[in-house]
Structure formats: structure tokens, C-alpha cells
Design a protein around this ligand. Structure first.
Ligand code: ZN
Length: 422
């Protein structure tokens, strides 16, 4: 049974001048609180228990009445955030990475605050303005919010974010009690997807997806605006950004946010394409961290965000009754998809020509078919003799998504997505 699935939905907020000032003040007070607690922790020999600091909050609010302008749950969340940062840092240290100590947050470096369980209320839009809803936040007021999409379920948390370009967003964490799968549609189709440098993705059905060009264009623009920012001065007296520098910083942020949006849009569409067409989607198990450290195309890798793509495939598959299975990635480009023999080639060789069986296809195309074969072996499906693209009928499997998962043999890796962004 699928129950208690949490999804995050992000909506744009349109606060009034006064509301914006109130929210900026909350951020500033949270930043102050964060730095205060971090200072306390730094004074201690050993990191104190969180509850010890939490008990100080009421007294602190009496001493600094301004803090009462921040909702109590939001204040507690600051502490929670601080401790999760500390935890993440010590985890890195344990893994042998060189890390310093946690830093104090400077002006403008505190960008989110949170309401947990209480302190907020959601009102839907009127008939005339159905797209616009109202998000009521305690201590701030009724903020217009664009409901660009529907969702069902209970809102458990609200995270308010101030973006670098000055826009405000609310991320609603929504819990849905109903199982998402209602009508399992088994179409008997499976696909292997190979991701790569030349093509963003290539599948065993022969579909090749190029890297999105609009991102390249925006990246060029980002570099140009960043160069311009580097030439802008700081104010000599206040040591803060001059007005022109601040204007340019917003420009850079806007271009950057545009790239993020373009990339997400591309990935959402591509993952939706596969989830709508296939029951079994096989991808390779990527070692993204390892690859990033190793080779010079780390930038490329980061851009491509394949890990994010796989994540999207997984959570979309969950509600569409398909299954994403990760297969071992070793030698997918060397193995021949026709006869299974090894055909060694360097990264520069883009064509797969098998001397054993005479197969002659593109390198990526070969890899995607190898991935498909490996995946079918993992989930225990018979490989068909004919073209592997449309292997129907695959023998009937339960008919329920949950039973599909149970029938997987041991050792098959079906990882649940850790982050779901709707
Ligand atoms: Zn061969």
C-alpha cells in the first residue's frame, strides 16, 4: 500500500510592500537567532543537546521582544536547521572530507523560514480569479499566491523562500493519504535509457534526445553577466554592495534562476515522456559523486543533472504504475548488445562495430540495448528473440503496482526516491 506520500509543490507568492518588509524582518531575525545559537555552541566544549538551547528560547524572547514577531514554530525551526547543518558537517568529516567549522550567516545569507503544522492557512481562489489563492501566514498576513496547478491532500508544512532575484515562493509539503495508483495500466513495454555526453539520453527504441540548447544560450549570458558583476565596486564607506553592484547581482540571479527553470522544465518533460509510455524503465546506476571528482567534464556532468532526471523518473513512475530499475553500469558501452561479447573502444569511438556478429549501431544505441537486457534479466523477464523494443506480451504480472515490486528477485535495486518535487 502506498500511504502517507509526501509531495512538495512550489507556488509563487505576490506579497505587498508591507508584507515583504515583514518577511524580510522575519528572515533577519531568524538569521540573528541562528548566529546567536551558533555562537553559544561554539563557546561550548562539546555540542550541547538541542533541547538545552530550545529551553532558552522563551527567556530570549522576553529579553528581545522583537523576536515575538517570528512565529514560534519558525523560531524552533531555526534551531532544527542549525543542528541538521551540524550533523551534515560531521558526516562529511567522518567520510574523510576536509571541512571547516560552521560559519555565521552574513547579511542576505538566510533565505528560508518555515511553518510546521500550524501558523498558516490556505484559501483557494475565487471563481473569477481561480488561479490566485491566498496563503495566510501568522504574523505576516494574507499573501496572494498563484495556484498554477492542483493538488490534493493535507498541507503539513510551508517553507517560504526568498530567491536571489527577489521573488518569493512558498513550498507546500502535502501529505496524501490516498494511494496514488488507482488504475494500473499494463502496456507490456520496457525501455533502456543510456545517458551521455553527446546525446542527453538515448533509448533502446531509437529515440535520441539532445542536450537542451536554450540552456547553453543562457549559460553564455550568465557568464557575461557574471563578468560584469565582477567589475562592479563595493561601496567604500559601508563596505557593502553599491547600488549598481546590487542591480547587477539581481541580474545574475535572474539569469541563473532562468537556467534552473529551463533545466527542470526539460527534465520534467523528458521523464514524463518515458513514464507515460513504458512500464519498465531501465537506467544505469550512476556514481555521480565519483564522476564529478574524477574527470574534466565535471561541469558537464553537473549540468546534465542525470541524477535529478532519474529521481524524476522514479517519483513519476510511482504514480503512473511503471517501475524504474537501476542496473549495474559497468561496461555498458563495451558489451555488444547483439552477441554479448566485449568490444573494447575508447570514449572517442562513437560507433559500435562488432567483429563477432557484425552489429553496426551507434555507441549510445548499443549501450541502451545492453541496459535494457540487463534490466530484463534483473526483473526476471524473458528476453524476446525479436526486436527488444516492444516485448509484448510480457507475462502478466499481478496487475497491481505493489505486487510488481514484490515479484522482484533479491538483489534487484529498486530505490525509492528520496526527494519528491512535484
Ligand atoms: Zn556482437
Amino acid at each position: 500500500m502506498v500511504s502517507g506520500v509526501q509531495r512538495a509543490y512550489r507556488f509563487r507568492l505576490y506579497p505587498s510592500r508591507a508584507q515583504e518588509e515583514a518577511m524580510l524582518l522575519v528572515l533577519e531575525l531568524c538569521r540573528w537567532l541562528y548566529n546567536f545559537f551558533l555562537g553559544m555552541i561554539r563557546c561550548c566544549v562539546k555540542v550541547p543537546k538541542k533541547t538545552w538551547l530550545q529551553e532558552m528560547l522563551p527567556a530570549l524572547c522576553r529579553k528581545h521582544p522583537k523576536l515575538n514577531m517570528v512565529h514560534s514554530k519558525t523560531r524552533q525551526y531555526v534551531l532544527y536547521q542549525l543542528y541538521s547543518n551540524l550533523k551534515a558537517l560531521s558526516k562529511l568529516k567522518k567520510n574523510g572530507r576536509k571541512v571547516g567549522s560552521l560559519r555565521f550567516k552574513g547579511r542576505g545569507w538566510y533565505k528560508t523560514f518555515m511553518y510546521n503544522q500550524s501558523g498558516f492557512k490556505l484559501k483557494c481562489g475565487s471563481k473569477q480569479k481561480r488561479q490566485m489563492g491566498i496563503l495566510h501566514l501568522s504574523k505576516i498576513g494574507d499573501i496572494p499566491m498563484r495556484l498554477h496547478r492542483n493538488f490534493t491532500g493535507d498541507v503539513k508544512q510551508v517553507i517560504v523562500k526568498h530567491s536571489g532575484s527577489g521573488k518569493w515562493y512558498a513550498t507546500l509539503i502535502v501529505e496524501n493519504d490516498q494511494p496514488i495508483n488507482t488504475t494500473p495500466a499494463f502496456r507490456g513495454k520496457s525501455v533502456g535509457i543510456d545517458v551521455g555526453i553527446i546525446n542527453y539520453a538515448r533509448d533502446s527504441g531509437g529515440k535520441a534526445t539532445e542536450h537542451p540548447h536554450n540552456i547553453d544560450k543562457s549559460s553564455k549570458r550568465l557568464r557575461r553577466e557574471q563578468r560584469r558583476l565582477a567589475r562592479k565596486q563595493y561601496d567604500k564607506k559601508t563596505k557593502r554592495s553599491s547600488k549598481n553592484r546590487e542591480k547587477q547581482r539581481v541580474k545574475v540571479s535572474r539569469v541563473y534562476e532562468r537556467i534552473v527553470n529551463q533545466r527542470n522544465d526539460f527534465l520534467h518533460k523528458l521523464s514524463r515522456y518515458y513514464v507515460n509510455r513504458y512500464d519498465y524503465i531501465f537506467v544505469e546506476k550512476l556514481n555521480i559523486q565519483g564522476l564529478m571528482r574524477g574527470i574534466h567534464n565535471a561541469r558537464n556532468m553537473a549540468d546534465a543533472a542525470w541524477g535529478r532526471f532519474f529521481n524524476m523518473l522514479e517519483y513519476k513512475a510511482e504514480s503512473a504504475c511503471s517501475l524504474v530499475v537501476k542496473v549495474p553500469a559497468k561496461n555498458t558501452s563495451q558489451e555488444c548488445s547483439g552477441c554479448g561479447k566485449m568490444v573494447p573502444k575508447t570514449l572517442a569511438v562513437r560507433q559500435h562495430k562488432c567483429p563477432y556478429c557484425g552489429l553496426d549501431i551507434t555507441r549510445d544505441g548499443n549501450s541502451s540495448i545492453v541496459i535494457l537486457h540487463r534490466g530484463m534479466r534483473i526483473v526476471g523477464l524473458e528476453e524476446s528473440e525479436s526486436t527488444p523494443v516492444e516485448t509484448e506480451p510480457l507475462h502478466a504480472i499481478g496487475g497491481q503496482a505493489s505486487s510488481v515490486k514484490q515479484e522482484l528477485p533479491q538483489g534487484a535495486s529498486v530505490e525509492a526516491p528520496s526527494v519528491r518535487v512535484g
